[in-house]
Design a protein around this ligand. Structure first.
Ligand code: ZN
Length: 400
């Protein structure tokens, strides 16, 4: 999940506008929480939660609704109230998505809709084979990628972020391989939602991730720079990269074991020409995580968690219109997406040339954002400020 702006379908929107009670919980509702309460959804959800004995969730919901109403009722000045109100609405949705069963219910609903809309996946992807190591992007949900990584000599496999277990299982069966490990980047359901279902099918499979992120089905908690071996030729190094979530991890497949380039599975930290939103960390934290990526070899292949290339490069074009490498990549991506083809992998050498979120050190970007380093500001703090402004502009761009 990179953006919890959780939109209902047209029918549910119409129900809101006409004042009917809608079926969506507030965490998945694109209409404001206030509107949702007004149309009666809050009451029906509360009754539903009590009915299903979700006492914890119902108390949390009641407290959230009470606080929200206080903010809206003129106890604060108008503009402060609006700011606090929108922040609070976001926190409500995010908390409900990440901390309660409502988030899981929403994910299941999104998965069902995506399967109906894209029975063969949202994009067409080809496997990459490097000296007998096969990397297969599996398009899942509406724009996520899971990755199946196979050592063809031993027929052992690992999978990164199996969000839709049905699609990943079909890939494993088609390849006739044994699943040894699930590498989970972070807790958001669109990355971790299939862990338990896959593990039920592969009982000896290990589930890796960070304990702080509450990864479903976790069996092997990781810390920074831990290694994970699958057979003799698949060796991953985990890096702790907080910012998007408090326990976000990325996984580097070491190319030295099979004589090829390394591969980075970056979850929602870095995308082609973009980076994830800072839901659970400051700009300084995120910068430190992005610097981890920046320190890896230029020939590393980047396999991100979402197909966001086109949108990200269009935003980069606004920030750095004169960047020739970015323009060439954009033209290639437009061609690929015109045929719904997958755009990964790129290389870190490419990303360092056009991904604005990996370029907070460049003067071109500083000029484009109209920022200057203050006299009493150290270089890292300044770069964090650049990153924060960049993220702010990207969010405005997305909302347009
Ligand atoms: Zn996410």
């Amino acid at each position: 999940m990179t953006n919890p702006q959780l939109l209902p379908d047209a029918v549910d929107r119409a129900a809101h506008r006409s004042g009917q009670v809608c079926s969506l919980p507030p965490s998945v509702c694109g209409v404001s929480l206030h509107g949702w309460v007004k149309c009666g959804g809050g009451i029906s959800l509360f009754v539903g939660l009590i009915k299903y004995k979700l006492l914890h969730q119902s108390i949390l919901l009641l407290l959230l609704l009470l606080l929200f109403q206080l903010l809206r009722s003129g106890h604060t000045s108008y503009s402060l109230g609006r700011t606090l109100g929108s922040t609070f609405t976001f926190l409500c949705r995010y908390s409900l998505y990440t901390r309660t069963k409502l988030g899981y219910m929403f994910y299941k609903r999104q998965m069902k809709k995506a399967r109906e809309k894209y029975p063969a996946g949202h994009s067409r992807a080809q496997p990459t084979n490097i000296n007998g190591i096969k990397i297969i992007p599996v398009p899942v949900l509406s724009d996520n990628y899971s990755y199946v990584i196979i050592d063809t000599a031993s027929s052992l496999a690992a999978v990164v972020d199996p969000a839709d277990p049905q699609f990943v299982q079909a890939c494993l069966e088609e390849e006739g391989v044994t699943l040894e490990a699930i590498l989970c980047t972070h807790k958001h359901w669109d990355h971790s939602g299939g862990n338990r279902a896959l593990r039920r099918l592969h009982s000896s499979c290990r589930v890796y991730g960070n304990l702080m992120d509450n990864i479903p089905g976790l069996t092997h908690p990781l810390t920074d720079k831990d290694t994970i071996d699958v057979g003799t030729r698949l060796r991953f190094r985990a890096f702790y990269t907080p910012g998007h979530t408090v326990g976000h991890m990325i996984y580097l497949l070491d190319g030295r074991a099979f004589g090829g380039p390394s591969s980075l599975f970056s979850g929602d930290l870095v995308f082609l020409s973009g980076c994830g939103r800072m839901f659970e960390g400051s700009a300084s934290t995120m910068l430190s995580s992005l610097d981890t990526v920046g320190s890896l070899n230029d020939d590393t292949l980047l396999w991100p968690g979402h197909e966001y290339a086109e949108d990200n490069l269009l935003f980069a074009a606004e920030v750095e219109p004169g960047n020739v490498v970015r323009e060439q990549k954009l033209q290639w991506v437009l061609q690929q997406r015109g045929q719904r083809l997958c755009t990964c992998p790129s290389t870190l050498a490419e990303e360092k040339q056009y991904n604005p979120f990996l370029r907070s050190h460049t003067q071109d970007l500083h000029r484009a954002l109209g920022l200057q380093q203050n006299q009493d500001e150290d270089w890292t703090s300044y770069r964090a400020r650049v990153l924060e402004e960049l993220r702010r502009q990207k969010d405005i761009y997305k909302a347009r």
